[in-house]
Design a protein around this ligand. Structure first.
Ligand SMILES: [Zn+2]
Length: 376
């Protein structure tokens, strides 16, 4: 019914409806306003309309001009993540409202990756973090203090991992425990002892820094964080890959150092600067794929989608990004289990990360995709 002169708000984008829905990870397919395939094909259409280079790439990949939601999702043309190491203008879709934020990786090998994000893209990203935080980590049941063991957005406003941590932490801690790249572990351990004893704490950070902190904290055997505490790893080992600790051993190290009762209080996440959704690990240590995101493992040579559980290069189709096509082929080697029934009670796809393929290797096989094309 008309309300006179009042402006009628445009209908919400279906992806925003999905992100706004409670209990979305546990919703069955029929409860989704649009299926995952519909959400992804809708996003493909919108990027073709706002990104000429991506549209030409779709044409070269033989994608029909007319939308066909029945086409299998493995037909969506993928951008190899190496493309984001060149020029953000190459991947820019003009659908987003300026200003754009150039979000960057920390860039351990060669150049840094840069991803242009508009406000809507960022807001949806933070939405995916809040949903995972609530539905997979169960964070809202706890009142807890957040300790950020890594770069903050105050230190590094464009650094993606800092944004992810800001999303998880919600409330920014008043101080940073990083001096350049060195963790002020003694100070943090002292503050944990003073403010965190028997309290519920969320410790968030990259695994090598959490390991540094754990080594210092372990010297104080009296430290026992509250039963609702969690240690959450974000990001990888990067330059400190040589110190990498196997996951189960890492969890028990953390549990011992911080006086946690159970190793399911130590959880991992999966994300990269090119991906606009975060995957969270459940209490049974499965990384759950959010219901709006399509994850597939690909044969490194042919890029053919591999069956459930088989290892290959991971690819993601993420309909939450507006300012760049978030249809990416990663350098990460892993597997996807489709429609898995996890012991945590959730059904859906889960991902296992095996290792990061080195870039020289990955360039040599699957990435000759000629995304930039010859027509530019
Ligand atoms: Zn699970």
């Amino acid at each position: 019914m008309s309300t006179g002169g009042t402006e009628v708000a445009p209908p919400a984008d279906p992806i925003d409806v999905v992100l706004g829905r409670d209990g979305i990870y546990r919703s069955c397919a029929e409860e989704m306003p649009l299926s995952r395939a519909e959400l992804v094909w809708r996003a493909v259409r919108s990027h073709r309309e706002t990104n000429d280079a991506y549209d030409r790439y779709c044409v070269r990949q033989g994608l029909p001009d007319q939308d066909d939601p029945e086409l299998p999702l493995d037909r969506v043309p993928l951008l190899p993540t190496v493309l984001f190491k060149r020029d953000p203008a190459l991947v820019l879709s003009k659908g987003g409202t300026p200003p754009l934020t150039d979000t960057t990786s920390s860039g351990t090998l060669g150049t840094v990756s840069t991803v242009p994000r508009c406000d809507a893209t960022l807001m949806r990203f933070f939405g995916t973090v809040a949903i995972g935080d609530r539905e997979i980590l169960g964070s809202e049941t706890f009142d807890r203090a957040v300790f950020n063991v890594g770069p903050t957005i105050h230190d590094a406003p464009n650094l993606w991992i800092a944004m992810v941590m800001a999303g998880v932490g919600v409330i920014m801690p008043s101080r940073s425990y990083l001096d350049e790249e060195r963790l002020l572990a003694e100070e943090l351990a002292r503050d944990l002892q003073r403010d965190g004893r028997d309290r519920n704490v969320l410790l968030v950070g990259p695994p090598p820094l959490l390991l540094d902190l754990a080594r210092v904290a372990a010297q104080d055997t009296r430290l026992r964080l509250g039963p609702g505490s969690q240690v959450l790893t974000i990001g990888g080992w990067k330059r400190r890959g040589g110190e990498m600790v196997e996951k189960a051993a890492f969890r028990s190290l953390m549990a011992d150092a911080f006086g946690l009762e159970r190793d399911d209080q130590v959880r991992d996440t999966y994300n990269m600067v090119e991906l606009n959704s975060v995957l969270f690990e459940c209490a049974h240590h499965a990384l759950h794929v959010p219901p709006w995101l399509a994850a597939m493992a690909r044969d490194p040579r042919t890029l053919a989608v591999l069956p459930s559980g088989a290892g290959g290069l991971l690819s993601f189709l993420d309909p939450t990004a507006v300012s760049y096509p978030c249809f990416i082929l990663t350098d990460d080697f892993g597997s996807v289990r489709y429609d898995a029934h996890c012991a945590c009670g959730m059904a859906g796809d889960t991902v296992t990360i095996e290792r990061r393929v080195n870039r020289v290797e990955s360039r040599g096989c699957a990435l000759k995709l000629d995304v930039e094309g010859r027509s530019s």
